[in-house]
Design a protein around this ligand. Structure first.
Ligand code: ADP
Length: 628
């Protein structure tokens, strides 16, 4: 028997408990978020940064920068690295090209050649407008002008334009990501050269992504993949195979690509291969970033904190209030959406939103709180188990009590039945009033007996005590018995009961249980139908089943009640408010007993027209029969 649901109104104490728990969660999520936020995660952050650089479409170049490379072909054709006299030739050759500026990304003192060649080169270089030799060296305040090459190159202009790589600071992974705008307020080569094409950046604070670090001003390089800049072989230029108009008005950078030393190359966000990109191409990227003034701009730290807190709160909420699979999906979706936002902020807007802290927040919050959730779940399921055990015991107690009571009631009922029989059949003449009274006692006693029998059957089912006593029987015989038993009841209400029974083979069944099923249906049909209606009872055989139908012209069953009528103790509102008696167990038992025979019971009903109950019993059952 089901226990009545206990009303679970949230009490004040429960609300306070829930609020405390919520506050505790929020507090823990906040604490964890702040803890994660202050951890330095530059390495991971840079990794996510590189990923975004690689995934976005490669940015356009400005078209103002051109490379001239001393490459293996140059060495092969010139039978060695170009000497100073070749370089002097080169300068002479491209002087007429009217380049915007010429940058030497070479160590001039290391270039081979005798003194005469050196002087020749120095002369050409001095007279070349906008000729600079790039150097990684920096002049400190007070040292201005001291950065010089040794004679005979002392008049050549050295310009600081250092290569940068994240070795000691930032990601510490050796990748070049930044460029120097100024050092101790002295402008570096890149912004100076870029300002020829973009005068705006003379005001350094206008450079996008500009930030200060120690005594420097820096920004991030908007990298293009290796090979994005037009590059000509040094030998091709001196042999006149490169049309000089290609160099006109360009910033020409002369560099080396001989794979002789790591110094010639840098690691880039695109690749961490040792020869990922030549330093000459790196300078091209640096200058171009400034010409186009499109450095990636890092979002403010406060945003990083806010995102980390939001992600932590979501993760903690998910861990505590969702089922594991759904929770994982929501967390994955949150991570995915955040990654997409970060990506689309980076491209096309060029805004660098931190990803490392929020990602770590997801993992830490998840792994930190999952064990806690498991403990809670465990405790809860233990409580459920205990409560379940208790409920089971109570249920058993109730069933036992009901069956005991019902059983004990049967004896006095039988006695009343016997006594009324004695009175009715006795020799003493009864007045009509007395006979009516005894009849009424008899009728009520019958009702009580039926009720008690139903309860006893129910108690049996609940304690799993119903067993089939199978016999081979013709179901028509049982049907006829049932009809005969209810003839009197039908006659009282002037209800016509007709039977259309097809001849059937005997099947294996428990006759007592099937009798109860059919009795319940026929009794209901008579009970709920109005006077002078008709009930049709039929039996037939089809597709391996015997179909037993009880069709009445009663009130019918509303579509709201229809799904519930086989539930234990269910009585429709109409039935409850009518004088028709019932326990609400008849159809429940009918269905239970039918299904015990591997059969089915179904109902079709139209309000105001009538109901048809159909019992289908399988012809061949795999149930063992006992001899009748
Ligand atoms: P009861 O003891 O109330 O008859 P049942 O389990 O036999 O319990 O039936 C459950 C409910 O189904 C009844 O209360 C009644 O509302 C409805 N019902 C059953 N049979 C019929 C019928 N032939 N016609 C109309 N309503 C019916």
């Amino acid at each position: 028997m089901a226990l009545p649901p206990s009303p679970q109104e949230p009490s004040r104490r429960q609300t306070i408990k829930r609020l405390t728990f919520l506050a505790l969660r929020v507090g823990l999520a906040l604490a964890l978020a702040v803890f994660i936020w202050q951890i330095k995660l530059d390495y991971l952050e840079s990794y996510f940064y590189d990923l975004r650089v690689r995934l976005r479409p490669a940015p356009e170049t400005s078209g103002h920068v051109v490379l001239v490379m001393i490459d293996p072909m140059t060495v092969e054709k010139l039978k060695g690295a170009p000497t100073l006299s070749y370089h002097a030739d080169f300068l002479k050759k491209i002087k007429s090209a009217k380049v915007n500026s010429l940058l030497y990304d070479l160590k001039v003192p290391d270039l081979k050649g005798d003194l005469k060649e050196a002087k020749q080169f120095a002369d050409e270089a001095q007279n070349f407008p906008q000729f600079f030799v790039l150097t990684d060296a920096l002049e400190m305040r007070g040292e201005e002008g001291k950065l010089k090459l040794n004679p005979p190159f002392e008049k050549i202009q050295l310009f600081s334009g250092p290569k940068s790589s994240d070795r000691a600071n930032f990601a510490k992974d050796g990748v070049t990501r930044r460029l120097l705008i100024s050092y101790q307020n002295q402008i570096m080569a890149h912004p100076y050269l870029a300002s020829q094409f973009n005068p705006d950046i003379i005001h350094r604070e206008k450079i996008r992504g500009h930030f200060e670090f120690f005594d420097t001003e820096q920004t991030y390089i908007n990298f293009r993949p290796t090979g994005s800049y037009p590059a000509y072989s040094f030998v091709d230029v001196i042999e006149g195979q490169v049309p000089l108009e290609k160099l006109k008005d360009k910033i020409v950078i002369v560099g080396r690509d001989l794979a002789l030393s790591e110094d010639e190359y840098i690691l880039t966000p695109y690749s961490r291969d040792v020869v990922a990109m030549t330093t000459a191409e790196m300078h091209a990227n640096m200058i171009d970033t400034l010409i186009l003034n499109n450095s990636p701009k890092k979002s403010k730290e406060i945003w990083n904190l806010i995102f980390t807190i939001v992600i932590s709160l979501i993760t903690v909420h998910v861990v505590f209030s969702m089922r594991p699979t759904r929770g994982l999906l929501v967390i994955a979706a949150t991570g995915g959406v955040y990654a997409l936002v970060a990506f689309f902020a980076f491209w096309p807007m060029g805004i660098w939103i931190s990803m490392a802290h929020p990602v770590i927040a997801i993992f830490l919050c998840y792994y930190f709180f999952i064990p806690y959730r498991l403990i809670i779940e465990n405790r809860r399921s233990w409580e459920y188990y205990q409560r379940n055990q208790l409920l089971k015991q109570v249920e058993e107690l109730k069933t036992n009590f009901i069956s005991m009571m019902s059983h004990d009631l049967k004896t006095p009922i039988a006695r009343i039945q016997g006594m009324t029989d004695v009175i009715l059949k006795g020799s003493t003449a009864l007045s009509s009033e007395q006979r009516e009274a005894v009849d009424s006692i008899r009728q009520s006693n019958d009702d009580l007996l039926k009720f008690i029998n139903s309860i006893l059957n129910y108690a049996k089912i609940e304690s799993q005590g119903v067993q089939l006593h199978l016999q081979s029987k013709d179901v028509n015989v049982i049907l006829k018995e049932v009809v005969r038993k209810h003839e009197f009841l039908a006659r009282v209400k002037k209800i016509k009961v007709t039977c259309e029974l097809e001849p059937l083979f005997p099947i294996a069944m428990d006759p007592e249980l099937i009798r109860q099923v059919l009795s319940n249906l026929v009794e209901n049909a008579i009970k709920y139908s109005s006077d002078e209606t008709e009930i049709k009872i039929s039996s037939s055989e089809k597709d391996g089943f015997i179909f037993l139908k009880v069709k009445d012209q009663g009130p019918g069953i509303s579509s709201d009640d229809l799904p519930n009528i086989f539930m234990k103790f269910f009585r429709s509102q109409n039935a409850k408010s009518s004088p028709i008696k019932g326990s609400g167990l008849g159809l429940y038992l009918a269905q239970y007993f039918t299904e015990l025979h591997k059969g089915k019971i179904e109902v079709e009903s139209t309000v105001g027209v009538g109901s048809t109950f159909t019992v289908a019993l399988p012809l061949a059952t795999n149930m063992v029969t006992s001899p009748s």
